[in-house]
Design a protein around this ligand. Structure first.
Ligand code: ATP
Length: 592
């Protein structure tokens, strides 16, 4: 008999299961950890690998129009200047005046209480603060415990110089205003917050023995820029034609101010990014006569030559949705279409694919139509052309009359004037751009689906996590955890069990079956404890199939069952009798 378990904090259970069964460990745990950094244990490594492979297969191997790249993490810092990361990849931060602790300006929880001010502080060691200090006396906090807390905070920030916390003298105490829902005090310390200042999220490092503080490079904060920086090399070496894409999977690093929600926001993580390069709409119009208009009923099943950026963007939203369906997340993804106000000045559209996590519905992937911003920036900063030449475009443009060409230019000029963000392109530049276009040259535009592998793994674990309370015949209840992974991405595909471990014939046959299957999939051999316990152990790590070698297998129950095994399905508990000769194919059909 089984029934749904009662509600308990799901995230805690997931974190504990992930550690207990070897999915995710805290980095450097034996030294107290390393904030916002995680390691994947044996099962986590398999899960991530399966997700990576599924993504690569869907995005690269199964398609003719996408190729891969595996670029270095370190790059010339000029790339990060050109991309805008050096100047703008920052969170606005505010600093606590008591502790120097920083908090993201948009993450300050509103506080209420009385503002207490001091003209300074001093201690018998001779240490002093000679500037005004203010902090919030929260409603319900006694003034004495407040003073004690302020002394402690000041002392822990000042270190040994300030001596004992209890001996610090707070000078010139005055009671100030009562405030309600103020965002000017640190939510943890109550210290007054300073002005918001940008805090760059890139992790700096120094390349080569002579590099100095003035000469840093960065651990890449995204994989995308290497794709742009290598665009020309890939284009020139791979016989690809626009539209085509370049994919990359790899590590990215961000010095997140508040890493949180387990692996969801980490400082080191992995991204899976596609840059799909397309013709500018004007080129499509010249070649095809018109750009296919998007509507809800548009057919997105097969890319067409007359697709402009909007159809391509919608197509990629659909393709990515299909991917999430294929790994079992179909019913927990949602979409947030960014509004004009949300969008960067160069972006035409961006949709966030969100997923239901135990801590809320949050971003899993962003799919942006970024125009030609990225390649144009690199063209400008590197002074190396990022243009491609398109013979069809040149030939089609040669057939246009001067009036038709002017009409295209006028349409673009009107669009530039209608822009609500960024500066319109000056007319001379627009005309120069068309001049190049009519000769068949342009910088490709790009659609960018950018997903996080660690967030995807966490989403998969959270979605798979389920608990039931099982009560046995004697009325004893036990909570059973099952990870209901989609077989395609489950870390272990199949458990192999001899019914009894003290029967050498059963064990030998089971080892034979294990060796057979292991060549094709990740399996786990287990001969200890009762068969029910072994099933339960595999259910807990999401293994979709269990193969038991029993007396029937040995032919002891008649020749017709000889060399057959019992295959149990995790989710249905259904059992099938399968011939060993057919077993590999039977399983492969269900896991691929
Ligand atoms: P967020 O708004 O959550 O910080 P973002 O919009 O900055 O994310 P992008 O720069 O678009 O994220 O990165 C693409 C993807 O990379 C995200 O959708 C996410 O899956 C992943 N990602 C980004 N930052 C992190 C992080 N700190 N930890 C784990 N994954 C991340």
């Amino acid at each position: 008999m089984s029934q749904p378990a009662k509600e308990t904090p799901q995230m805690e259970k997931i974190v504990s299961l992930c550690k207990r069964r070897g999915f995710i460990f805290q980095s450097s745990e034996i030294y107290g950890g390393c904030g916002g950094v995680w390691d994947y244990g044996p099962l986590g490594a398999e899960l991530k690998r399966n997700l990576r492979d599924a993504w690569w297969k869907a995005m690269v191997r199964d398609r003719e129009d996408i190729v891969g790249l595996d670029a270095a993490i370190l790059m010339n810092p000029a790339i990060w200047k050109a991309s805008g990361h050096v100047d703008t990849f920052a969170d606005m931060m505010r600093e606590c005046s008591l502790t120097n602790k920083r908090v993201r300006a948009d993450h300050v929880e509103p506080q209420s209480g009385t503002v207490m001010t001091y003209t300074g502080a001093q201690s018998p060691t001779g240490w002093k603060i000679e500037r005004p200090i203010s902090a919030l006396l929260w409603k319900g906090t006694h003034i004495e415990s407040f003073r004690k807390q302020v002394r402690l905070l000041i002392s822990s920030n000042a270190g040994e110089a300030a001596g004992k916390a209890e001996e610090i003298e707070l000078l010139g105490e005055a009671k100030g205003d009562e405030v309600t829902n103020s965002v000017d005090f640190h939510p943890e310390t109550g210290g007054a917050l300073g002005p918001a200042r940008p805090f760059n999220l890139m992790l700096r490092t120094f390349l080569g023995p002579t590099a100095s503080l003035d000469d840093p490079t960065y651990l890449r904060p995204e994989t995308a820029q290497a794709i742009f920086a290598q665009f020309k090399n890939v284009f020139d070496s791979s016989r690809v034609k626009v539209p085509f894409g370049i994919c990359q999977i790899g590590k990215a690093f961000r010095n997140e101010v508040t890493p949180k929600n387990y692996t969801f926001r980490s400082r080191e993580f992995e991204q899976m990014e596609l840059e799909f390069f397309i013709k500018p709409d004007e080129a499509v119009e010249i070649i095809c006569g018109q750009v296919a208009p998007w509507s809800e009923s548009a057919d997105l099943s097969e890319p067409q030559p007359n697709w402009g950026w909007e159809m391509w963007h919608r197509y990629w939203v659909q393709e990515r949705t299909r991917f999430y369906q294929s790994i079992g997340l179909g019913d927990v993804v949602h979409y947030y279409w960014q509004t004009q106000a949300d969008l960067a000045h160069y972006a035409r559209a961006c949709v966030d694919i969100l997923c239901e996590f135990p801590f809320g519905t949050e971003e899993l992937e962003g799919i942006a139509a970024r125009g030609d911003f990225d390649l144009s920036q690199h063209q400008k900063h590197s002074t190396k052309s990022q243009e491609v030449f398109d013979e069809d475009l040149k030939n089609a443009a040669a057939k246009l009359t001067d009036e038709q060409k002017e009409a295209l230019i006028q349409k673009r000029l009107a669009a530039e004037q209608a822009k609500t963000k960024g500066e319109p392109m000056p007319e001379a530049d627009v005309r120069a751009w068309f001049e190049r276009l009519f000769k068949g040259n342009y910088v490709p535009h790009v659609i960018e689906p950018s997903a996080g592998l660690d967030r995807m793994a966490l989403a998969i674990i959270a979605k798979a996590f389920s608990e039931t309370v099982k009560t046995d015949d004697k009325g004893k209840s036990e909570t059973i955890t099952v990870l209901r992974f989609h077989p395609r991405i489950a870390p272990v595909k199949c458990g192999v069990f001899p019914l009894l471990k003290n029967k050498p014939e059963l064990v030998a046959k089971a080892r034979e079956v294990y060796a057979l299957l292991k060549k094709h999939m990740n399996c786990f051999y287990d001969e200890t404890a009762s068969i029910g316990r072994r099933y339960a152990r595999q259910d807990e790590v999401g293994t979709p199939f269990g193969v038991t070698i029993d007396f029937e297998t040995l032919g002891e129950k008649g020749p017709e069952l000889e060399d057959t095994v019992t295959v149990r399905e995790r989710d249905t508990n259904e059992q099938h009798r399968i011939k060993i000769a057919d077993l590999t194919a039977w399983l492969l059909a269900r896991i691929s």
